[in-house]
Design a protein around this ligand. Structure first.
Ligand code: SF4
Ligand code: SF4
Length: 440
């Protein structure tokens, strides 16, 4: 039985963690709200299907079997372990020990279900342990190329290591807790893996076993709270945001690039010389083309940035990256998130009012012009992303701003733009002369 002091500690830790976690998640929510409005409501059944298949079902992960299976164990293990966590939280709050087990009648079917559930969690946890060690080796020993790109140096590498090591830490805690508890009660609970492991404690006295059981229990509980607080600062926030991101994924056909209404209007007027241009509204705010900073992107682009798992599947498939160009779609998402974090904290420190800092998402240590120019708009990154993120959408908006607001394009592109405007084609001769070649 937990003492009153332990119960007090348990509740204090939980409340403290809840306050810090709330601040972290609120910060993320507020930052996403800095984006422009975009209506992605409707089509509920299609959206729910997307969540079930892509977020729950991990559908897009299974293009590459080995990492997919490893990831599946970690993901499934994470979900299923929460069942045991429920009992830990009830015990901690009411000062009980294995309350659900003792509340269920002995030899009943429900008791069998309880024992099966915990045994199943332990069984899956063994595979989670193997998968976590494999992920650590892939990243830090084998050094899989997509997990060792320049954008992952520094905090992103540490972040990945923190999460994977935390996973191992939690597994050790839960196995220490269950195994010592089984040894104290001479295997009474009937759990599968800890039932085998408890033989390692043969000959230990009960008080030592109680210390190990309590240490495992407390360390597991504190580890879970710490992860909850850390998550909003980590790329692993995707374990929560992936569900929202897949729900709000754009349902337009792949390859669809939204037109700019002002340009569409101009083109329609060009194509119909008899049309009368609408009167100019002198009081209207000047039209801004494309995006220069995070405020110009939509909230969905910003949600994408926070959901990015930094897996690098997009970068591995990107033809520009494969041919040695600077562009990495993963870095586009990471830079967008970093700039959003910078803007969000400056904004919060200034009472929610944005004070111009003379910087933007383009250059300033974020996305360079060279990267933006390298994109072929092929959509391979969008196709590969396991959580339905579109780095291309951000690239296109930033590039539109570069070209249409800053006239920042290489000379050869400018020649092509002029030809398109004058000749309706990228070539430097008029449409009437197109077939002249056949006369020679
Ligand atoms: S759309 Fe651009 S960023 Fe995405 S894969 Fe193609 S070239 Fe790379
Ligand atoms: S954008 Fe998608 S594919 Fe690319 S790193 Fe992020 S999660 Fe992975």
């Amino acid at each position: 039985m937990l003492t009153y002091f332990q119960t007090y500690l348990f509740i204090s830790f939980t409340v403290m963690a809840a306050i810090y976690a709330y601040r972290g998640y609120k910060r993320v929510y507020n930052n996403i709200q800095l984006g422009k409005k975009e209506d992605l409501s409707g089509n509920t059944s299609e959206r729910v299907k997307s969540v079930l298949l892509v977020a729950f079902g991990q559908k897009k992960m299974f293009k590459n079997m080995i990492p997919a299976v490893l990831h599946f164990f970690i993901y499934f293990g994470f979900i299923i372990t929460q069942i045991e966590l429920i009992e830990i939280f009830i015990d901690g709050t009411f000062g009980t020990h294995r309350i659900i087990y003792h509340a269920i009648e002995e030899h009943s079917a429900l008791r069998a279900v309880y024992v099966f559930t915990i045994s199943f969690i332990e069984f899956v946890s063994v595979f989670v342990f193997i998968a976590t060690v494999a992920f650590l080796s892939r990243r830090f020993i084998i050094k899989v190329p997509r997990l060792n790109k320049p954008e992952l140096k520094g905090f992103p590498a540490k972040d990945a290591a923190i999460i994977l090591l935390s996973e191992i830490y939690l597994l050790i805690c839960i196995f220490s807790m269950n195994t010592a508890d089984m040894a104290i009660h001479h295997g009474e609970y009937g759990f599968l893996v800890s039932g085998l492991l408890m033989h390692g404690f043969t000959g230990w006295d009960v008080s030592s076993l109680q210390v190990i059981e309590r240490l495992g229990w407390w360390c597991h509980f504190i580890g879970v709270l710490a992860l909850l607080v850390y998550l909003p600062y980590s790329k692993h926030l995707h374990i929560i945001l992936a569900f929202f991101n897949t729900y709000y994924a754009r349902l337009t056909p792949k390859g669809y690039i939204a037109n700019m209404p002002e340009i569409t209007k101009e083109i329609k007027l060009m194509m119909d010389p008899s049309a009368t241009p609408p009167p100019v509204d002198a009081n209207a705010a000047p039209v801004k083309f494309g995006a220069k900073d995070v405020f110009d992107l939509s909230w969905k682009n910003l949600l994408d940035a926070y959901t990015c798992t930094e897996c690098g599947r997009c970068t591995a498939a990107c033809p520009a990256n494969q041919t040695g160009k600077l562009l990495s779609p993963r870095k586009i998402m990471m830079d967008t998130r970093d700039r959003l974090e910078e803007v969000g904290s400056a904004n919060a420190n200034n009472g929610g009012v944005w004070k111009e800092d003379g910087k933007s998402l383009i250059e300033n240590g974020f996305i360079s012009v060279e990267e933006l120019r390298a994109c072929t708009t092929c959509n391979a990154c969008v196709e590969e992303c396991p959580v339905l993120i579109s780095p291309l959408d951000i690239i296109v908006q930033l590039r539109r701003n570069l070209i249409m607001e800053e006239s920042n394009a290489p000379a050869e592109w400018n020649g092509m733009f002029t030809a398109m405007e004058n000749n309706g084609a990228p070539w430097q001769f008029s449409q009437q002369d197109r077939l002249n070649w056949k006369n020679d």
